[in-house]
Design a protein around this ligand. Structure first.
Ligand code: ISE
Length: 340
């Protein structure tokens, strides 16, 4: 069945998602775009077969031509767009973070609960990465016995000039926050952030960081966050269990042995490393909402919980203390079903 999508925010990630959704395998096409930069919106629409540039995100959401909405605008604008889509009864895929404060996320959860059905999906793409899915399958299938410890590393070669100290947690480590809840199937009950000797390449940033997360069943997680690692983009995760360990394999398709060295290519950035996960994520979302089924991926509740944990870690980043986390009761709308 065809799905006519409107995209709000046509910067880098917006354009990547448009490429995936326009003429996609599920019969989706992009029929409208909007952006704070009207010229950019017009330029993007001009390259698409049927898309119109609309003056505002609100008009795009209200348009009869639009069946479903993708929000890839700047984080602080997510809340009003997602709330408007929920009010219009339209499915909405919102890039992470769902919103930039806990209160905004809570308002989105409340609006969706009041609407009585799931409309929102959050772009935590790790859950769609084949390697991460294989990792979860091994853990869930008992390949290593009960998980006890998890070691993660989230490394960016560099970050753009607008990247702030807080973004190491709220924009970068937030991926691990969601991934670990999904991977271990437990909530995070405490967070503590340790600051290492500062990289000379990081300017004013506190880089790197070590984030310790405690899961409800006692599993302990350490996450290295390095955002100026220079050599490339790398995501590591190793789970240590009672009878073995399982870890993400190297993403390089080949290993080259020459002149006394063994080498494999490291992806340059997240677009390259996670291209396939974005393909799968958008395809599954479009197929599901085109079939008039509720989205099955990360929910508004997942976006809200990730924000609560991120805020706790940010508090620890400022004073170094361990911050205990208590979640509000989960509304019935978000009781887990058989999700990917
Ligand atoms: C970016 O927004 C992402 O989502 C990437 O996956 C992450 O590695 C990067 O640090 C973020 O800025």
């Amino acid at each position: 069945m065809a799905l006519d999508v409107g995209v709000i925010g046509v910067g880098m990630i917006g354009q990547e998602h448009i490429r995936r959704l326009d003429g996609g395998p599920g019969g989706s096409r992009v029929v409208a775009v909007a952006d704070a930069d009207a010229e950019r919106a017009a330029a993007v629409a001009g390259q698409l077969p049927v898309a119109k540039a609309l003056p505002t995100g609100e008009e795009l959401i209200a348009s009869d031509a639009v069946d479903a909405v993708v929000v890839t605008s700047w984080g602080p604008t997510h809340e009003p767009y997602v709330l408007a889509a929920v009010a219009a009864g339209k499915p909405v895929f919102c890039e992470k973070p769902l919103a930039t404060t806990q209160e905004s996320c809570r308002r989105i959860v409340e609006a969706e609960v009041a609407a009585g059905r799931r409309l929102v999906q959050v772009g935590f793409n790790r859950r769609y990465d084949p390697a991460h899915r294989a990792l979860k399958q091994a853990v869930d299938g008992g390949a290593i016995g009960a998980p006890l410890l998890v070691h993660c590393a989230h490394r960016n070669a560099s970050v753009p000039p607008h990247y702030t100290r807080e973004m190491s947690i709220a924009d970068t480590a937030i991926h691990e926050i969601d991934e670990l809840r999904w991977l271990v199937g437990q909530e995070i009950v405490a967070a503590q952030v340790f600051t290492a000797r500062k990289s000379s390449r990081g300017g004013q940033l506190q880089d790197p960081l070590l984030v310790l997360l405690e899961m409800a069943d006692g599993v302990l997680v350490d996450v290295e966050v390095s955002v100026n690692i220079h050599y490339g983009y790398e995501i590591r995760c190793e789970v240590s269990g009672e009878t073995g360990t399982v870890e993400l394999a190297e993403p390089a398709p080949v290993t080259i042995r020459r002149e006394g060295t063994v080498a494999g290519l490291v992806p340059a950035d997240w677009r390259e490393r996670f291209a396939l996960s974005y393909d799968i994520e958008l395809r599954e979302w479009a197929d599901t909402v085109a079939a008039a089924r509720p989205p099955q991926g990360p929910s508004a509740w997942d976006g809200y919980v990730a924000q609560i944990v991120s805020d706790a870690a940010l508090r620890s980043l400022s004073d170094g203390a361990r911050v205990a986390i208590e979640l509000p009761p989960r509304p019935d709308l978000y009781t887990p079903t058989a999700t990917p």
